[in-house]
Structure formats: C-alpha cells, structure tokens
Design a protein around this ligand. Structure first.
Ligand SMILES: Nc1nc2c(ncn2[C@@H]2O[C@H](COP(=O)(O)OP(=O)(O)OP(=O)(O)O)[C@@H](O)[C@H]2O)c(=O)[nH]1
Length: 538
C-alpha cells in the first residue's frame, strides 16, 4: 500500500479522528481535573496548616500562661521585708525556683528603677545579669504583668524571654519588680526543632508584631531577627496588622508557600505554619503525571485495538474493491462479489452485484443489437459475415460446400408508398417469419438490407451437384413461403422475390461469393422476378 493510499484510507481517517477526540478529551480532563485538584487540595492543605498553627499557638500560650501564673503568685507572696535583705531574698527566690523551675534563667528582683537586688540563680556576691529594659520597666510601673521583648543574654548570647510584674505594698505602691527569665531554647519552651518541621521543607514561625521580631523558627538563623519591613510581603503585612487565617505567599527565598496564622492571645504574638506549595500540592503533580502516563497508554491501546477492529471490519470492503479493480482491468471475468456480512459493506456489495447484473444484461443486449436487425430480430449483415467466415472455414476443413442465397423482394416499394411505412414494416416482419420457418436451425437467415434477405446454408454435401440441389430446394421453398398473400391491416398484398444462389467450396472467399449471389439475384429480377438463378461463376 502506497503512502498516498494509506493516508487516504478510511481506516487511517477513522483512527486519526479517534486520536484527535481522545487527545482533546484527555487534555480537557487533564486541565479540568488539575484545576479542581489544585483548588481542593490547596483548601485542604490550608485548613490543615491552620489547625497546626492553632495547635502550636495554644501550646505556646499555655507555656506563657503557666509562667505568668507562677510569677504572679511569687509577686503576691513576696514578703516586702526581704527587699531590704538581699541574701534572704535570694534564698526565698531560690526556693521558688527550686520547686517550680519554669524560668531557666531564674527569678530576679529589681528595685522599681531597674537596679537588681537579688536573683534565684546567681549568688548575691556576683553581679546579676541585667535584663532590665526601659520599655519593660516603664510598662511594669503601670502595674501589670508584662512580657518583655526577647533579647540575648549579654554573657551567654542565649536568646531569653523576660517577663516582669510589679511587687506592691498594701497602699498599692510599687516597691519592687519581680522578673522571670526563660531561655527560648529551653526544651519544651519557645523553640522549634527539626522534628517540628511540617513535611520536608515546611515549618513554624513565632512572631511578635509589637517587637517586629521572629521569636522562634524551624530555621534556626531566623530567631530574634527582625521581621521584613512593610511592603515586602503582602500576607506578612496583613498578619502583622492582625489578619489570622490562611493565604499563599512567596517567601524571602522566592518559594511559594501556603501559610496559616494563629494568635497567641496572652502576648499578641502569632504562630505561622507554612508549607511550600510544591510539597503541599505534590499529590496534584503525581496525579498529573499519572494522567499523562495513563492517557498515553490509553491512546496506544486505542490505536492498537482500533487498527485490529477496523482491519476486520473493512477487510471485506478492501477485498471487494480489489476484486472490482481486477474486473475493470479485465484480469478476472465480471462476476458477483462475495457478500461477507450483512452490514453497510454487505449492502454496498449487494448493490454492486445488482449493478453488475444490469451491466451484463445491457452489455449482452448491446451485443445482440450489434449482430441483429431491430425490426425482424434476424441476424444482420455483420453476424452473417461472421457465420459465413466460419462456414467457409469448416468447408475448407471438411471439403463440404456452402450456399449463399441473396433474396430481394419484388414490388415491395408500393406497399410503403400506398399503405405507409408501418405496413411495410409489417410485411417485412411477416416475410422474415415465413422464411424462418423454411430454413433449418443450423442455417442462417439474415436481413441484409431494406427488403433484402440472405440465407446461408453451411455444411452441404461434398458433391457439388448434390449441394446445389439442396440450395435450389431451399430457394424454391422460400419463393413458395413468400408467395401467399400477406394480410396487412385492412388489405392483403402479394409479394414475390428474386433469389440469386452462389455455391462455394473450400477455395472460395466470402466477398466474391456474396457478389456472385447478388449478381445472380439481379439477373433473376431482370428476368421478371419470382424465381431463383444459380451463379455460374464466382
Ligand atoms: N417499411 C420499410 N421499408 C423499407 C425498409 N428498408 C427499406 N425499405 C424500403 O423498401 C424499398 C426497397 O426498394 P426497392 O427494392 O427498389 O423496391 P421494390 O419495389 O421491391 O423494387 P424491386 O426490387 O425492383 O422490385 C424502398 O422503398 C425502401 O424505402 C424498412 O425497414 N421498412
């Protein structure tokens, strides 16, 4: 099969249309499903992030609240007299710290103006580390427990969180400030480790909007780093202004993340749970890869199955087309095609077969018309010539004789002229019928002109005299057959005939034989008609 035929084949087109439909379907399904999946899974992951953020925020709040409670309780029970006795105060503080060691850097008592008096962890002889910060002391002066800004211990560089509460006397005057300091990295306090990661690259942030500080992070380098200035990250800016919920943003490293923000009520801080979108939506990517692979296999399977099915479905059509091709090239005879199945191809093949029958019928009709006279149905001049050639060939082989009788009607023209052509035709048909009754089946009676007939007598005796006798006998019969009146509608007419007989043997050719018979016929006509004459020479 050439490429051109392959490209134009019905099977190729059907498969091509199928591939296009499958591809369009797959692409649409891929796009729709991807979009829905991305939307849905983003929502699910955002909700999950928010749950995590809320959980962690509650935990952070819990830890802060228990320290605040401890500090409040210590301030309330601190004997004011101890403020004048640092050693005793230190012991008192140490006992509290010993029983409830929530403040890893200890409890420290300050004068209202920020001068350290005694601390639970440090001996009174050594200078106490100062966590006093003007803002914190100013806030405490107003009389409330205040969580300070996380700072670094000047000696150890550890990140610590101070919280302070005023110690008041009965009149409500602030007599001292009691401060509890906890290292952020204290196990179980405000630090996130690798184990707190969300997935592989996600994690948590603890942010103080008041201090514009990252207090804790799963990325260690971010602890106590300032938050980005406004305008850098829109979602971060919203969170700093109080937005709590979920959103998608691009972080400082250019990575798109799904983030969720939850408040720590006791401090105004908030927790951020974040997860890179690529990781959160990895199931979408996996589904897309699966759909692509699945779609490719489906396409491959379709082409394979469709090719096989189409081959079997169209095979009868192909075979019928090939058979018809061979018929038109004349390689095989015209014969009906095999009807394999009663489907569309079967219907087409049956219609083709019916067409073939009609073609054969009209072909044989044309062949008949080419060899017969339309009016009388007798063989015409062409068929007579063919039969004459065959008869002479047989005469040549067998040594037999042939007789050619040329019969021309006498006085036929007046019938036409007086009674019309239809009557003439009627007379000619009647003459043909009568002559036909006279000659044998093996002989040939032909109409070779208007009112001219011929009789070919083949396979006559080898003896010339016997053969001629047979020919003259037939001629006499013909005259006798034509002679009776012919009824033509209203009238009857009598016709005669002039017959010229030419005898041939193995040596004679068709043309001279016919000419001789013709000449003999004219001689008979000139002699008055209604007779036969035998040609003497060829
Ligand atoms: N009706 C009819 N007439 C035909 C047909 N073919 C030829 N003729 C007519 O037959 C006549 C033949 O002419 P002729 O042979 O001279 O007529 P004829 O009267 O027989 O003359 P002779 O042969 O001399 O006796 C002409 O008038 C033709 O027109 C035909 O098929 N039908």
């Amino acid at each position: 099969m050439t490429f051109h035929r392959f490209a134009n084949s019905l099977g190729t087109r059907i498969i091509f249309i199928g591939i296009c439909l499958l591809l369009v379907g797959n692409v649409l399904r891929y796009m729709t499903l991807s979009s829905y999946l991305r939307e849905d899974i983003s929502a699910v992951m955002a909700a999950q992030q928010l749950t995590l953020a809320n959980y962690v925020a509650r935990e952070v709040d819990q830890k802060l609240l228990e320290r605040q409670a401890l500090l409040t309780q210590a301030a309330a029970s601190l004997p004011l007299g101890l403020l004048e006795r640092p050693a005793a105060l230190q012991s008192w503080l140490a006992v509290r710290q010993q029983y409830q060691p929530l403040f890893s850097h200890g409890l420290i008592a300050y004068t209202p103006d920020g001068k350290a008096v005694a601390g639970s962890a440090a001996p009174t002889t050594k200078p106490l580390p100062s966590y006093a910060d003007a803002d914190l002391f100013q806030a405490v002066q107003s009389g409330a427990l205040t969580v300070g800004r996380p700072i670094r211990n000047t000696t150890t560089q550890e990140a610590v969180l101070p919280m302070a509460i005023p110690v008041k006397d009965a009149s409500g005057k602030v007599r001292a400030v009691l401060m509890g300091v906890t290292a952020l990295a204290t196990p179980g306090f405000l630090s996130f480790t690798d184990q707190d990661r969300i997935g592989k690259q996600g994690g948590f942030l603890l942010i103080s909007p008041r201090d514009k500080l990252f207090i804790a992070s799963t990325v260690p380098g971010m602890v106590l780093k300032p938050t980005p200035p406004p305008g850098v990250n829109a979602l971060h800016d919203r969170a700093m202004q109080g937005y709590r919920g979920t959103g998608t943003t691009v972080n400082a490293f250019g990575v798109e993340e799904i983030s969720a923000m939850a408040s720590v009520p006791s401090t105004g801080w908030f927790v951020v749970a974040r997860l890179p979108t690529t990781e959160a939506l990895s199931v979408v990517a996996r589904t897309k890869r699966y759909m692509t692979l699945h779609g490719s296999w489906a396409l491959f399977a379709f082409v394979a199955i469709a090719s096989i099915l189409l081959y079997y479905a169209l095979r009868p059509l192909l075979q019928a087309a090939q058979q018809a091709d061979r018929m038109t090239r004349g390689e095989v005879p015209l014969e009906p095609l095999v009807v394999a199945r009663q489907d569309e191809v079967g219907h087409l093949t049956e219609a083709f077969n019916r067409l073939l029958v009609k073609l054969q019928a009209s072909q044989s009709e044309m062949v008949h018309m080419a060899h017969h006279d339309v009016l009388t149905g007798l063989p015409n001049r062409a068929l007579l010539a063919d039969r004459l050639a065959q008869a002479l060939a047989r005469a040549h082989r067998r040594g037999s004789h042939v007789a050619f009788l040329c019969i021309d009607l006498d006085h036929f023209k007046p019938i036409n002229d007086q009674l019309g052509h239809a009557a003439g035709d009627q007379a000619l048909v009647e003459v043909a019928r009568r002559l036909n009754a006279v000659v044998r089946e093996s002989d040939t009676l032909a109409r070779i002109g208007g009112d001219e007939f011929a009789v070919l007598l083949a396979d006559l005796d080898a003896d010339p005299a016997t053969a001629e006798q047979a020919a003259t006998a037939v001629a006499a019969k013909c005259l006798a057959a034509i002679a009776p009146p012919i009824a033509l509608d209203a009238q009857t007419r009598i016709l005669g005939a002039s017959i010229g007989i030419a005898m041939g043997d193995s040596t004679v050719s068709p043309h001279p034989l016919q000419l001789a018979a013709d000449r003999a016929m004219y001689r008979a006509k000139n002699a008055g008609g209604q007779r036969y004459l035998v040609a003497t020479s060829l």
